[in-house]
Design a protein around this ligand. Sequence first.
Ligand code: GCU
Length: 696
Amino acid sequence: MRIIILLLLSMISFGSFADDGYRLWLKYDLIKNETLRKNYAQKLTTVSTNFSDETAKVTISEIQKATSGLLGFTSKTMTSASQANLVLKVGSIANKNAEAFEIISSKNQINITANTSKGVLYGVFELIRRMQTLASLENIKIASAPKIQLRMLNHWDNNNGTIERGYAGMSMWKWYELPERIDPRYIDYARANASIGINGTVLNNVNASARFITSEYLGKVKALADVFRPYGIKVFLSVNFASPKILGGLKTADPLDPEVKQWWKNKADEVYKLIPDFGGFVVKANSEGEPGPMDFGRTHKDGANMLAEAMAPHNGLIIWRAFVYNFDPKGDRFAAAYNEFKRFDGEFHANIIIQVKNGPIDFQVREPISPLFGAMEKTPVSMEFQLTQEYLGWATHWVYEAPMFEEVLKTDTYAKGQGSTVAKVIDGQLFKYPLTSMIGVANTGSDRNWTGHPMAQANWYTLGRMAWNHEITSAQIADEWVKMTFRTDAKSTETIKKLMLESREIYTNYTNPLGVHHVMGESHHFGPEPWVEKAPRPDWTALYYHRADSIGIGFDRTEKGSNSVAQYHLGLRNKYSDINTIQPEFLLWFHHAPWTHKLQNGKTVWDEMVTRYYEGVKSAENMQKDWASLKGKIDSETFENVEARLKTQLKEALWWRDASVVYFQKYSKMPVPSPYQKPTRTFEELKSLVDVYHVR
Ligand code: GCU
């Protein structure tokens, strides 16, 4: 009877029986195991803090939410630590990192101690995670500190409410309501981020409207900064390099012009007067049509240093993006960022971070690492991952990205001999970077469940967890996330985890096997369009990348080709250079492989490609079957949502497979190997599907 009442209570407190995904992984549903619940309850009946800032308030409020949901009662606050079960303390711990925390539990007491209130908040979320995953609270002895300083989301949101490459509705930021009205969603956003250690947010698109730094908008930005501050989250803005012209009416935005310099100094002063802990500016310059220092005959170094000078008195950062590529008919886009930035290593001011996308092209489902990781010894480079699934099937394909991030972070750059992994570059170990950062291009929007595809919430979760500790594996992250999000039986938990862990490879197989890349729809980036041979720029076509002809397929980046592989240190270069030993997943990134070239498994390139397309589709079918086994085991709203999306995914996977096989067969002139059946749809039919899907 008590259980039923408690269950009812917990349902009432969440407003409805169905789970619409709004609560993300912070689901505080009643723990059904009474013994466990009692055991937790003993340790959380009362709570005390020795600090009383804004963070203390949100920390207590979170504990109370968690206890009332998970345990059916609300922890009482006590003034004295000796009377409390849960003792939250700002003090001095061994690790001096401002965000570090310790959790120590004895028989009836849990102590969470940190150097700052923010550290305590992170410790509290760790404790709550333990309860949500039904872990023991006995004899805990945890000391935790983030490996990366700045752990951020970058929203590609525009001031008119649209989101560049957003697939989960419109922007969450209601600029027209700000600063007066604070949408409660902003608070839940901050809670979710804090729970996974995210401590920064770039509010707007890298293709930045200058409007964001007008006085009008800064007032709105301040309102958001005030909401996020107690949760330890700093606000950043992307800026338009031409702002002195656009907003200031100056004749130029030349970074060496004294008036321009002064304009930015004044702007920085204005920002910091309003938001003293403002994080900094993110800049996309001279890339894809955005203005930048090169418009005035200057360099990226000149531009970044000028802005850094304006921000330095306020300890503000300049995050300068390395995503630059000018079309060079004889060149290889792959090499552009390295060519542009390597030569300035050591010449950037101390408050500059060069933000590098994980791969050299653009967030493809599998890319070799950017050669800039391991190349910049004296300038901090940071990691930019993409959570929004621009090239990963938008919101209809289930792709758990953690395995991809893990693959990137574990790649050895060989910069200082074996073991010089990307993780060690970006966490600062390898070159002793004083600044470190990892960002994810956000996949959030106004959709009730935040991310459109319910399973894409896991990618947001991953970013925070991996930035905090890149040694935790994708499997561990999946385990936590599934337990927190679904709290279902062990078998169903395993089924969901298996689906997650396989999903990226499945998507790769039916879209980009063997390292095929950039063959998606032109400009909208949805579905297959390997036949795109003309675009406003040759390096926006598919042909530029796959180079299929009667002999073979793939981009030769070895010595015989563009030689971009030379940008890597020898150890990695060797791994990619030999067509006979390269890992098949990267083959067509570096070699123009003959269709008949034999892989190590004895199959020709053509047969292996076709096999992967077909097996990928088969796996997408199996995903549906596995998912069906979860009926009744998880909430029906989520179940049906994912079930429907998996149907669409299969339809689109078949499109990818057929379009790719039919198109590439024009060049290979080889048969579809048995047991697979040749696609029945014609090339024309497959091509016209782009319009059927209404993505243009
Ligand atoms: C991709 C994406 C653009 C985005 C750009 C960037 O090219 O398609 O929409 O602006 O990346 O990262 O700057």
